[in-house]
Design a protein around this ligand. Structure first.
Ligand code: G3H
Ligand code: 13P
Ligand code: ZN
Length: 311
């Protein structure tokens, strides 16, 4: 099974009322943990690579790790560029074998966002690659760029039809209250996604796949474990899983999760180091860390995305 695009996955997800998980990968243990869970649950899968991941692990290493996962699991896997910041980054991933790219020009003015997205779409479509674009600005941290809650803005539904028809993008990431990182909402507040915005967008784009970034739920048991073993994560709050499940039953076909995997890995390694201070073989702590990632991903597939047994 070669790498696939998300076209058919999203069509089935849209009509089936579920979403595909898009998990960020940075090293072998993360790839293995995610793909082992997806294989056991027969779940279609998007593995995504950020600019930072490519800088950390190198394009070719990541590409080969994902190819190895396809050989080992036989799963249909999409290899996606997360938050492509320029035409050049997208082109490099398209030329380098990715089957999907995101061009994130959401911080640019509307006309500029359209122009750069259109340019990426033309290049990608000529080569059989699909494109995700973004309208609206999420709060949080991505690729070391911090967007404060005041500078974030919900997607304006009245702009989506023009944006999609003029760019030709294949899916659209929108801002409805999710944000990147582990500190999404103020402690003590009740997180609530803007389903009114999602519904208005979906009404204007019938059948069109919507994407949610910043969708980690920041499990409190993992935060507690990090803090128990020497960490100091204050007031980390994520998106409630029932709200994500509801979004997946509507037009949301792709849900991005990274921070929860980081949290699972870090909590597990911190615990191991604290309980076994005499050990120093990386395999001994990376093995339970990989298992913890697998557990989180399995939970998301069944309880949040609803994409188990959908191959
Ligand atoms: O949305 C951002 C993702 O979590 C990737 O993060 O840019 O630190 O690799 P990164
Ligand atoms: P989280 O930080 O909520 O995991 O979001 C990840 C993401 O949106 C990657 O693009
Ligand atoms: Zn994102």
């Amino acid at each position: 099974m070669p790498l696939v695009t998300s076209k058919e996955m999203f069509e089935k997800a849209y009509s089936g009322g579920y979403a595909i998980g898009a998990f960020n990968v940075n090293n072998m243990e993360i790839v293995q943990g995610i793909t082992e869970a997806a294989k056991e649950l027969e779940a279609p899968l998007i593995l995504q690579v950020s600019k930072g991941a490519r800088a950390y692990a190198n394009h070719t290493y990541l590409m080969k790790l994902v190819e190895a996962a396809i050989i080992e699991t036989g799963l249909p896997i999409v290899l996606h560029l997360d938050h492509g910041d320029s035409f050049e980054t997208c082109k490099s991933c398209i030329d380098g074998g990715f089957t999907s790219v995101m061009i994130d020009a959401s911080s640019k003015p509307f006309e500029e966002n359209i122009a750069i997205t259109r340019k990426v779409v033309e290049y990608a479509h000529d080569r059989g690659v699909v494109v995700e674009a973004e309208l609206g600005t999420l709060a949080g941290i991505e690729d070391e760029v911090k967007v404060s809650a005041e500078d974030s803005s919900y997607t304006r539904p009245e702009e989506v039809e023009e944006f999609v028809s003029r760019t030709g993008c294949d899916s659209l990431a929108i801002a409805i209250g999710t944000s990147h990182g582990a500190y999404k909402f103020k402690p003590g507040t009740k997180p609530q996604l803007r389903f009114d915005v999602l519904e208005e967008v979906s009404k204007r784009l019938p059948g069109f796949p919507i994407v949610l970034h910043g969708s980690s739920s920041v499990p409190q048991d993992l935060v507690a474990k990090v803090n128990k073993y020497g960490g100091a994560m204050p007031g980390a709050i994520g998106v409630p899983e029932d709200q994500l499940r509801h979004a997946a039953s509507l037009s949301v076909c792709k849900i991005n999760i990274d921070s929860d995997l980081r949290l699972a890995m870090t909590a597990t390694i911190r615990e191991f180091m604290a309980l076994h201070p005499e050990k120093f073989d990386p395999r001994e702590y990376l093995k339970p860390a990989r298992a913890a990632i697998k557990e989180v991903v399995a939970h998301k597939i069944v309880n949040v995305l609803g994409c188990d047994h959908k191959i």
